[in-house]
Design a protein around this ligand. Sequence first.
Ligand SMILES: Cc1cc2nc3c(=O)[nH]c(=O)nc-3n(C[C@H](O)[C@H](O)[C@H](O)COP(=O)(O)OP(=O)(O)OC[C@H]3O[C@@H](n4cnc5c(N)ncnc54)[C@H](O)[C@@H]3O)c2cc1C
Length: 419
Amino acid sequence: MGNYSLWSVVKHGLTGNKGWKPVWRKAAPKPSYDVIIVGGGGHGLATAYYLAKEHGITNVALVERGLIGQGNVGRNTTIVRSNYLLPENARFYEWSLKLWEGLSQELNYNVMFSQRGVLNLAHTPMQLDQYAQRGNAMRLNGIDAELLGREDIARLCPGIDLSLNARFPIEGGLFQPRGGTARHDAVAWGYAYAADGMGVDIVENCEVLGFIREGDTIIGVNTSRGEIRAPKIGVAVAGMTSEVMRKAGVETLPIESHILQAFVSEPVKPLIDTVVAFGAGHMYVSQSDKGGLVFGGNLDSYNSYAQRGNLPIVHEVVAELLAVFPNLGRLKLLRSWGGVMDMSMDGSPIITTGPLPGLFLNCGWCYGGFKATPGSGWCFAWTIAHDEPHARNAAFTLERFHAGAVIDEKGAGAAPRLH
Ligand SMILES: Cc1cc2nc3c(=O)[nH]c(=O)nc-3n(C[C@H](O)[C@H](O)[C@H](O)COP(=O)(O)OP(=O)(O)OC[C@H]3O[C@@H](n4cnc5c(N)ncnc54)[C@H](O)[C@@H]3O)c2cc1C
C-alpha cells in the first residue's frame, strides 16, 4: 500500500517506468481461510477490504471465476447518488455516498469520483410534485436535494431541449449536487489493490463449482482450483446468485436475473456537465472524461444469463436520449454491452446472514449496485465479522419477503422489470 504518490510517479518516470509492481498479487488458493468471499465484483472486493481494514480479518480468500472487474462492476453506467425516498434505502445509500467521498484517498487509488450532480427531469406538474416530495424526504434524511425550475436547468445543462413544443416538455427537475460518477473498473482495481496490500488473497480463474457441507452447515467450497475451507463464506455474485446458491441447495430466492444494456457514443467536446435522467421513460446519460456519452435505460425484460441484450432496447433508449438532446441526432454509437442484473422482488438489496449456517448472502442490487459498492462492502463485512447485520443493513434481510415487510422503493410490487 501507499506506493502511489507524486514522488513515486516522478521516481518511476525518471527510471523508465520499469519498477512498478503489479496492483495485486496473482494468489494461489490455500487449503483453508478464516473467510472466503465468492465473487470478485465491486461488492466482493469491497467486503474483503473492509474485513481486513475494519475488523482485522486478513486471512481471507476472494475467489473469482474469471478476472476481477469483468462482471457488472466493469459494465455499469457509473452513476452514484443517494436520492432515495424510503428511510432504509436513504440511510444506506447516503452512508455509501459518504464513503465514496473519501474513497480515492482511503484506497490510495484514484477511482475518479466526480461529484458533478445528478438531475432527474420532470415532464408533468404531477411529476414535479412527486420530486418535491422526494426532495423533502431526502432533506429530512440529511441528504442534499434541490428542486430546479426550467431556468435553473437551462443554466445547468445548456444542451437540453427546453422548448415548450418538445415531445416531452420539461417542467423542472430534482437535483442532487453531491451525486455523480466514478471510473467503474478503477473501483474494482482500487479495492483489489488495498485488500491485497493487507494480505487478502485474490484468487482469479477460480470458479465455485459446489459447496462442502457438514450436516446443514457450509464449511467450504469446491472450485476449479481445488477445495478451499472456511467457517464463514460470503457470496456476492450479483446476476449469478440463483445459480451459485442452487449449488448450496438453496432452490428459491426472491431474485431474477435480467440483462441491462449500456451504450457509449463516439467522443465529442464537453456537452453534458452533469448526470441527466429522463423522467417520461427510463434513460440516464453522462459524459465520460474521454468525451463519449455513456447512457442506459430499461432492462431487456426477459430472464437471461447472456451478457448481451437485444435491439428493441437500443432503439428505445436512443429515442429517449434524442427526446431530451435532439442535437445528438447525428452522433455515432460506438459500443454497447450488457450485464446480468440481480433484480430483487421489491427493488431493494439483500445483505444478510444465512440462508444456511456458515453462509452469508449479498445480492438484489438491481440498478443501484455500483453506487452501493462501498456501503455494501462495509455492511457485508460487518455482518460476516459479527454474525449479525449492522443497523445500516438490518432491514435488508431475506425474512422481509416472508413477513411482507418489503422495501418497495418504487411502489412497483414484485415486478423486477419495473424497478
Ligand atoms: C449496464 C449496466 C449499467 C449499470 N449502471 C449502474 C449505475 O449507473 N449505477 C449503479 O449504481 N449501478 C449500476 N448497475 C448495477 C451495478 O453494476 C451492479 O449492481 C453491481 O456492479 C453488482 O455488484 P458486483 O459489482 O459485485 O457484481 P459483479 O461485478 O457482477 O461481480 C460478481 C462476480 O461474481 C463472479 N462469479 C459468478 N459466479 C461465480 C462462481 N461460481 N464462482 C466464482 N465467481 C463467480 C462473476 O464472475 C463476477 O465477477 C449497472 C449494471 C449494468 C449491467
